[in-house]
Design a protein around this ligand. Structure first.
Ligand code: 13P
Length: 252
């Protein structure tokens, strides 16, 4: 890669492991670790901050779970995009719903993170997705469009373009209830249609939300699903290995 640096023709499948606030899973740094880059599939791990250095030292493509847009300053507990890039991170998650919920990250702040990520040459994965209540009210498209548009608006004043988006319906995260392949495909196609025409085919759109070894195949088979952002199942190395194996078969 340079991870994930977009190939507009093939959009290679990207499988990202978001370990959230958990230690690296057993076998993470083994020679045969499933978290290492493999032929035909781009793999990136997102460990908690304190494990970034070890993952980078072990040769894994590593990203931060978030990053503050300002390079430095009075933001206790935060780490800047610039710092994560200096440490050797290649990627960063922006706007994960855990952080929209826990840290009350706003659309504007998330847009600033995306721009700061690009300024620091990080591969940004913008996370968007509706809550269960919003879907029940039939507002899922409106919510996802709002979340995406605020980033597209800010990017308009720059020379950058989105490289990757993760559609993660909040009701599917950690619930064991993944979006059906049809629901996910429909939303991914909608998201792609909102992107500037020149970048629709180059932007990778990942699915996240209870992806596992059993459902990865039917999800990754969808034409607009270019990979997965995997939480719980990425903490079990053998389960993750199976997801990567499925992705390798479906790589474009
Ligand atoms: P789960 O795979 O545990 O549902 O988590 C998805 C997620 O939030 C990845 O970022």
């Amino acid at each position: 890669m340079s991870p994930c640096y977009t190939d507009p023709v093939t959009r290679p499948t990207l499988i990202a492991a978001n370990w959230k606030m958990n230690p690296p899973p057993e076998g993470w740094n083994a020679i045969e670790s499933p978290y290492r880059q493999t032929d035909g599939v781009d793999i990136v791990v997102f460990p908690p901050f304190v494990y970034l250095k070890s993952c980078i030292a072990a040769g894994l493509r590593t990203g931060a779970q978030c990053g503050h847009p300002e390079p430095a300053g009075a933001h206790t507990g935060c780490i800047s995009m610039a710092m994560t890039a200096q440490e050797g991170c290649e990627a960063v998650l922006c706007g994960h719903s855990d952080r929209r919920r826990d840290q009350k990250e706003t659309d504007n702040f998330i847009a600033e993170q995306v721009v700061a990520a690009f300024e620091n040459k990080l591969f940004a994965i913008l996370c968007i997705g509706e809550t269960e209540k919003e879907r029940e009210a039939g507002r899922e498209r409106e919510v996802v469009e709002r979340q995406l548009q605020s980033v597209l608006d800010l990017l308009q004043s720059t020379t950058y373009n989105l490289q990757a988006i993760a559609y993660e319906p909040v009701w599917a995260i950690g619930t064991g209830r993944n979006a059906t392949p049809e629901q996910a495909q429909e939303m991914h196609a909608f998201i792609r249609s909102l992107l500037p025409e020149t970048h629709q085919s180059a932007t990778r759109i990942l699915y996240g939300g209870s992806m596992n070894a059993a459902n990865a195949e039917e999800l990754l088979r969808q034409p607009d699903i270019d990979g997965g952002l995997v939480g719980g199942a990425s903490l079990k190395s053998e389960e993750f290995r199976k997801i990567v194996a499925v992705a390798a078969v479906h790589h474009r």
